[in-house]
Design a protein around this ligand. Structure first.
Ligand SMILES: Cc1cc2nc3c(=O)[nH]c(=O)nc-3n(C[C@H](O)[C@H](O)[C@H](O)COP(=O)(O)OP(=O)(O)OC[C@H]3O[C@@H](n4cnc5c(N)ncnc54)[C@H](O)[C@@H]3O)c2cc1C
Length: 402
């Protein structure tokens, strides 16, 4: 067992994966989570091969396979005609090409699998109902202040506490994230309520002027997860539990292909939620000394490349590799940042670019449609071939920053 303890603030996908990656390297980890129990809302998430490389290495392949859905292909479709504009094979082809699958998973299933693995680990302690409020650090270690006048001490602290990170605010000047002018609707539809065969076993995104609509199966095909994104100002509530008015969603997608109309007509009006999308520009630094950030805390990303959580998973493997290979925490964190900032920044700006690309009108949309297939292939290659498990072995010029 390593002789430094690590504190992780936040038990989302990023925090839990970090704890598991660190424990796999022999570190003792304490995770604090403000919610009374670790859970996720009812929605789907796509985890691409670059993320599954890490999750499978943690020994979670069998448990993930039991709850995931393996899409056969990805498709970009025209909002009105339904024509497939771009796409490519997923399923077995992705496994053969990149070594790992592309999963569609219910978020609650993913969090349960990660949470059960955490509970099995003798090196991880998870404290729920515990909110981090700030920290101090010196040459000996870090003290994390908790709600209710409690405190935890450790050798290092990793803030995996999401887009409104308290750890980030303690490191740098507090700065609110920006509303991106997009809101996301989401709903899960029991597959049996839909016309057989209407939803193909694919990761499907319909592109239209000022909006797009994504759907895919989760939980082995039991549900169809829908996410509809619309450019809209004047409403900025960021909550997975804020109910939306189905009539507004129907109006947002009036005139779209019949399949979209059928999906919206089948949604349960009491289980249709609305979420304002925020992000931040890439940060020049993520940490200082014995404290660093991970996941949405340092690179919140629009969901238009489906890579926000996958980046948090990659971060987790890289930070664990760096701490394991470099004894001095400040140097290890500097190396981690240097390895991760450029890739995550490219995904932040790529996701912003996709917001414009997906929502184009008129002639610009026609040019986009002609180029979409080639661009799609290039992006996938760059995304999926990344190996977060060995990335820490690469040299960087910043590894010696204190
Ligand atoms: C509509 C939508 C669709 C998306 N689809 C995808 C997708 O398909 N694929 C993908 O990879 N990504 C996707 N994302 C992005 C993904 O959801 C996030 O990037 C990911 O959840 C970030 O994980 P995280 O652990 O860094 O942060 P979070 O999930 O925000 O977790 C932070 C945790 O910290 C806790 N916490 C916060 N503050 C404190 C505190 N002070 N003390 C203690 N605990 C605290 C929170 O309660 C929470 O549990 C999507 C996002 C949206 C909005």
């Amino acid at each position: 067992m390593k002789n430094i303890d690590i504190l992780v603030a936040g038990a989302g996908i990023g925090g839990l994966t970090t704890a598991l990656c660190l424990a796999a390297k022999g570190f003792r980890v304490t995770v604090v989570e403000q919610s009374d129990r670790i859970t996720e809302i009812g929605a789907g998430i796509q985890i691409s091969p670059n993320g599954n490389r890490v999750l499978h290495d943690l020994g979670l392949k069998r448990e993930l396979e039991a709850v995931a859905f393996l899409p056969l292909q990805s498709e970009r479709r025209d909002w009105k005609t339904g024509e497939v504009l771009a796409g490519g094979p997923l399923g077995e082809t992705v496994i053969e090409r990149y070594g790992f699958p592309y999963y569609h998973i219910h978020r609650a299933d993913l969090i349960r699998v990660l949470g059960e693995a955490v509970a099995r680990s003798p090196l991880i302690e998870l404290q729920t109902g515990v909110r981090a409020e700030g920290f101090t650090q010196d040459a000996d270690g870090v003290r994390l202040a908790l709600q209710g006048n409690r405190m935890l001490e450790a050798g290092t602290l990793i803030g995996a506490d999401g887009i409104r990170s308290v750890v980030r605010d303690g490191l740098f000047e507090a700065e609110a994230p920006t509303f991106t002018g997009n809101i996301a609707w989401r709903s899960l539809i029991p597959a049996e309520r839909l016309p057989p065969g209407m939803v193909r076993p694919a990761a499907t995104a319909w592109w239209g002027p000022g909006r797009h609509f994504v759907h895919y199966y989760v939980r082995g095909g039991q549900f169809v997860n829908c996410v509809a994104v619309v450019e809209k100002d004047g409403w900025e509530i960021e909550s997975w539990t804020e109910r939306g008015d189905l009539a507004e969603l129907r109006a947002d997608f009036a005139g779209w292909h019949d399949d979209i109309g059928t999906l919206i007509a089948t949604m349960d009006p009491d289980a249709c939620f609305k979420w304002a999308l925020f992000d931040r520009p890439p940060m020049p630094r993520w940490g200082k000394g014995r404290v660093t950030l991970l996941g949405d805390a340092c690179h919140p990303t629009l969901p238009f490349m489906a890579q926000g959580a996958v980046m948090a998973i990659e971060d987790a493997a890289v930070v664990a590799g760096c701490l394991s290979g470099i004894a001095e925490p400040a140097r290890a964190f500097a190396h981690y940042e240097a390895l991760r900032r450029e890739r995550t920044a490219a995904i932040q700006s790529g996701s912003r670019r996709n917001a414009r690309l997906f929502h184009m009108h008129g002639a610009a949309a026609e040019d986009r449609n002609r180029e979409a297939a080639a661009q799609h292939r290039q992006t996938l290659e760059w995304l999926y071939t990344y190996d977060a498990l060995t990335a820490h072995q690469a040299p960087t010029t910043e590894g010696s920053r204190q």
